[in-house]
Structures are given as C-alpha cells and as structure tokens.
Design a protein around this ligand. Structure first.
Ligand SMILES: CC(C)(COP(=O)(O)OP(=O)(O)OC[C@H]1O[C@@H](n2cnc3c(N)ncnc32)[C@H](O)[C@@H]1OP(=O)(O)O)[C@@H](O)C(=O)NCCC(=O)NCCS
Length: 153
C-alpha cells in the first residue's frame, strides 16, 4: 500500500523539466500526435518560465514528480492547463490538491473566475472537474494560432 500523505506541492523548478516532460508524454497522448507538431512540451515549459513561473506547480512524493498544473492570470480571468498525475498515483487525491492549490494561488491575486478547456473526448476528466465545482460555460471556444510563435496551446 503506497502512502500518499507525504505528497507536497511546490513551484516548478527548471531541474524538474525532464521529469515533467516524461509525465506529460504519458498523461497527454496528444503530444505524440504527428498532426500537431506545435505541441512541444519543452517549449511550453520555457514559455511558462518566462511568464508567471510562480503559477506552475508540481506535486512531489519522495523526491519524484507525480503531478503538474499550470495556471495563469491575465487580469480578467484565470486559466488552468497541463493538469496531470502520474498514472500509478491517480485516484489518491493528488489531482484535486493540485487544482485547489492553483485556485488558491489565482484567488490570492484577485482572480474572480478560472477557465479551463478539456478535450471533448475526455469524458472522465469532465467528471473530475464537475466534482470540483466546474460547470460547462455556454460559450463556443475559439482560437487562432499566431504564426510567429510556436507554442503548446
Ligand atoms: C485528471 C487527473 C489529473 C485526475 O487526477 P487524480 O489524482 O487521479 O484525481 P483525484 O484522485 O483527485 O480524483 C478526485 C475524484 O475525481 C473523480 N475522478 C478522477 N479520475 C476519474 C476517472 N478517470 N474516472 C471517473 N472519475 C474520476 C473521482 O470522483 C475522484 O474521486 P474518487 O477517487 O474518490 O472516486 C488524472 O486522471 C490525469 O492525469 N489524467 C490524464 C491527464 C488529463 O487528462 N488531464 C486533464 C487535462 S484537461
């Protein structure tokens, strides 16, 4: 029986990069989608380190990275991205703790609402967020890729 009481959450450190990428490659199969080469986890991390790096959190257990979440606040809304928990550590409350940690950090900045996007195919993940109070907004999500920037969004 694994003891998960020792899991702690702290701000990402550059030395965590390889461990975080390994975790994401397992948690987000879409990173391996050849039709979406813009998804580059290393660049995504570098970009985040240049923009509100204090809102990039990792969950650590016995020195090993077992979870991640990125948040950002643009002065109007907060956003959450890249929530992932190591496959072997799921269903022990780590995802919930990461979300609540990110929410608290956003709230501390005066952020009134947090948004996030879930791929439509991830039905289970919607249940996870709904249990945490998230509801589907009656909006259509639009996006536009800015050609001069290659990012992971
Ligand atoms: C989503 C994810 C982060 C959840 O992490 P986790 O640590 O397992 O979540 P928790 O243990 O805090 O789960 C809390 C509750 O959410 C619900 N839940 C979590 N995963 C679920 C699943 N696969 N199916 C159904 N309900 C689920 C359950 O009600 C669970 O409580 P319970 O274990 O007491 O039944 C994890 O499954 C993951 O990394 N998935 C792959 C990456 C991903 O899709 N991230 C989301 C991007 S938007």
């Amino acid at each position: 029986m694994i003891d998960f009481s020792s899991v702690s959450i702290r701000v990402f450190d550059a030395a965590d990069t390889d461990a975080v990428i390994a975790l994401w490659l397992e948690a987000f199969p879409e990173y391996g989608d050849a039709s979406r080469p813009q998804r580059n986890p290393r660049l995504s991390i570098a970009n985040k380190l240049a923009t509100q790096p204090e809102l990039f959190f990792v969950a650590v257990r016995e020195g090993r990275i077992v979870g991640t979440v990125m948040a950002g606040y643009d002065g109007h809304r907060g956003w959450m991205y890249s929530l992932a928990v190591d496959l072997a550590c799921r269903r022990h409350g780590i995802g919930t703790r990461l979300v609540k940690h990110a929410e608290a950090a956003l709230a501390a900045r005066g952020c009134p609402k947090v948004n996030l996007q879930v791929l439509s195919a991830k039905v289970d993940v919607r249940g996870f967020y709904e249990a945490l109070g998230y509801r589907v907004d009656e909006v259509v999500s639009l996006g536009k890729r800015l050609d001069f920037v290659c990012d992971a969004g």
